[in-house]
Design a protein around this ligand. Sequence first.
Ligand code: DX5
Ligand code: ZN
Length: 220
Amino acid sequence: HAGVLISPSILNADLGDLKGTLARIATADTAHIDVMDGHFVPNLTLGAPVVQWIQRYTTIPLDVHLMIEDPDRWAPAYAELGAWSVTFHMEAATSPLSVARTLRSLGARAGVALKPATPVETVIDLLEYFDQVLVMTVEPGFGGQQYIEAGTTRKLERLRERASEQGLDDLVLQVDGGVTRHTAAIAVSAGADSLVAGSSVFRSADPAAAIAGLREVAES
Ligand code: DX5
Ligand code: ZN
């Protein structure tokens, strides 16, 4: 795929006004939807019924990030409702490869996420099963945290290197957490080509300008 994808996270946007929130990020490539279950992470957000409304309210492809236990059971529903990509956590899955296969068979891109302390070795030999690897750059659960550079830069470099050795040119490497113009540049130079940004987009007075700013950094 061409260029770096900008995927604003609506986690800290006005969720009482989903239509308005989605309209404010109309220039984004994908919309990042954080699903949390209060077990895998100490926060609870929304699930499939709300994602289905989001899907009806926008034409932006949905990039669903599942921070939940038992994705083996719950992930397929998000592919069935039409999400563009569904990313589950390696730490939470019982049979990650079969989840990935199911997601693909339902027409979604299969994504796998790693928490900051999860070694890249858990996924490095399995890249052909996935369409996206999400390298978390904060501990999952909340927006507004600081980007963790230690470890994540090296993870991205190793993933990018292996993906190109294997000719997996379509594999998306995503970062999520603390992404600003400054940290976006660090992530992109390490090999990231999808940037999730919550607070830096929605705490800005002009979300469209914040998206354009990230795009500018990513493409320079
Ligand atoms: C955190 C979520 C992120 C979050 C990012 O667990 O997965 O998507 O919304 O928010 P910022 O950009 O504020 O770190
Ligand atoms: Zn996320």
